[in-house]
Design a protein around this ligand. Structure first.
Ligand SMILES: NC(=O)c1ccc[n+]([C@@H]2O[C@H](COP(=O)([O-])OP(=O)(O)OC[C@H]3O[C@@H](n4cnc5c(N)ncnc54)[C@H](O)[C@@H]3O)[C@@H](O)[C@H]2O)c1
Ligand SMILES: O=C(O)C(=O)C[C@]1(C(=O)O)C=C[C@@H](O)C=C1
Length: 374
């Protein structure tokens, strides 16, 4: 993917990032790479130092010019007060935050901000990962992702434009929503999935080693985000408690139906009436739901063909595979890696244009790769 810094940007610095963890440092990296001056601030001096050392910007100091745009990237519970403090400290600056919940932050700014609230526009990049802190930061984190812009009735057009430009300049696609509309949406597409992953992964705590050794891609797909930061997520979940509870209650109803069918089969045998039907309906409903998730870059779903290759567990082998796929002239649209403990090989599954898949399999085979025919 082309780095976002290859195109000129509209954002005028200095941009001050308050909270230089995963989100703040990623933003600092992307803006710094684009030539925008970035100032770093955090309650933790070590987080600022790490952001600086990674190239995300310069630590704040009294001799730096006042920021034009301030991005608050702290946990959601403190985002409102930090936004207010920044609005007051810099009366000419536009202030946004990137917290995963929006109604509470907006209400806080509206209730206490007075006229300063006109320079505030909430936002939420739908980009992240299951790790926290600047060490996990990535300049390309926002590329191709939606970035929700949440103006209030008071936000000035200039403030909205500054925040939209920020999103575009780091490669994201701005999407405008109201605060409650945003919170209802992310309850379903972000907060419920986090809980589901955590609940499934929690079942593994006492799993026997023999079972864990069999773990395949299905378990990995469902549990990646179970590695997320508990404190941050507790703050997000309580901050959007109503919509998340509604989504979880609906899930519980589906779980109850599923359980009833399973218990019927367990008690009366697999062919008992009313067992297989509800279970098939659950899986079919999931088929319908998953087909509605937009594809790469938020566009319409698109089916790629998957080519799976065994890769020796040796340094440089994965790079050699990518290089050879490139030499064959095929673009890798997506990649999954599966690695089992104590196995000398891993499995790399590349998603490619269906029209190129057969040729890729043949040519990789001719080059000595072991292609797994699915
Ligand atoms: N992690 C994700 O995937 C993700 C994605 C989109 C949005 N967000 C949102 O972005 C925000 C930051 O998340 P993150 O993953 O970067 O967290 P993080 O833990 O990596 O970083 C948060 C940083 O904020 C600092 N901080 C805490 N309180 C502060 C205060 N009062 N003043 C100044 N700094 C303070 C911490 O020291 C820390 O460095 C959160 O609001 C989160 O909801 C997270
Ligand atoms: O991909 C991940 O690891 C994420 O958790 C990212 C994710 C999401 O649910 O999409 C998580 C929380 C944020 O508020 C925004 C993005």
């Amino acid at each position: 993917m082309n780095p976002p810094h290859s195109v000129p940007v509209a954002t005028r610095g200095p941009v001050r990032v308050v909270g230089t963890g995963l989100l703040g440092a990623s933003l600092g990296l992307a803006l710094s790479a684009a030539g925008v001056e970035v100032q770093l601030d955090d309650a933790s001096p070590a987080a600022v130092a790490l952001g600086r050392d990674l190239g995300a910007g310069r630590p704040v100091s009294p001799d730096l010019p006042d920021p034009r745009l301030i991005v608050v990237a702290t946990p959601p519970d403190v985002a409102g007060p930090v936004v207010l403090a920044q609005l007051r400290a810099y009366p000419a600056a536009v202030v946004t935050d990137v917290a995963s919940v929006k109604a509470r932050v907006a209400e806080h700014v509206e209730a206490h901000g007075g006229d300063d609230a006109a320079r505030y526009v909430g936002s939420h990049p739908m980009a992240g990962r299951e790790r926290s802190g600047a060490a996990a930061a990535d300049a390309d984190l926002f590329a191709g992702r939606p970035w929700v812009i949440v103006p209030s009735a008071r936000s000035t057009p200039d403030a909205v434009l500054a925040v939209r430009s920020l999103a575009v300049d780091v490669g994201a696609t701005p999407v405008t929503l109201g605060a409650q509309e945003h919170d209802d949406a992310v309850a379903l597409v972000s907060h419920l999935p986090q809980l589901a992953a955590s609940l499934v992964a929690a079942r593994l705590r006492e799993a026997p080693e023999t079972a864990l050794a069999l773990a395949g891609q299905g378990l990995r797909d469902v549990t990646r985000i179970a590695a997320s930061d508990p404190q941050l997520w507790a703050t997000i979940l309580v901050g959007n408690a109503g919509p998340v509870a509604a989504a979880l209650r609906a899930l519980r109803d589906d779980v109850d139906v599923t359980l009833e069918a399973l218990e019927r089969a367990a008690a009366d045998g697999p062919l008992t009436e009313g067992a297989a039907g509800p279970l098939a309906r659950v899986v079919a409903a999931g088929n319908t739901g998953v087909a509605r998730i937009p594809g790469k870059h938020g566009g319409a779903p698109r089916r790629y063909a998957e080519v799976t290759v065994l890769v020796p567990d040796e340094p440089g082998e994965l790079g050699r595979l990518f290089g050879e796929v490139g030499e064959i002239g095929v673009n890798i649209e997506d990649l999954q890696l599966e690695h089992s403990a104590r196995q000398p090989v891993g499995m790399a599954t590349v998603s490619v244009d269906p029209a190129a898949a057969a040729r890729l399999e043949t040519e990789l085979g001719l080059r000595g790769w072991r292609v797994v025919v699915g």
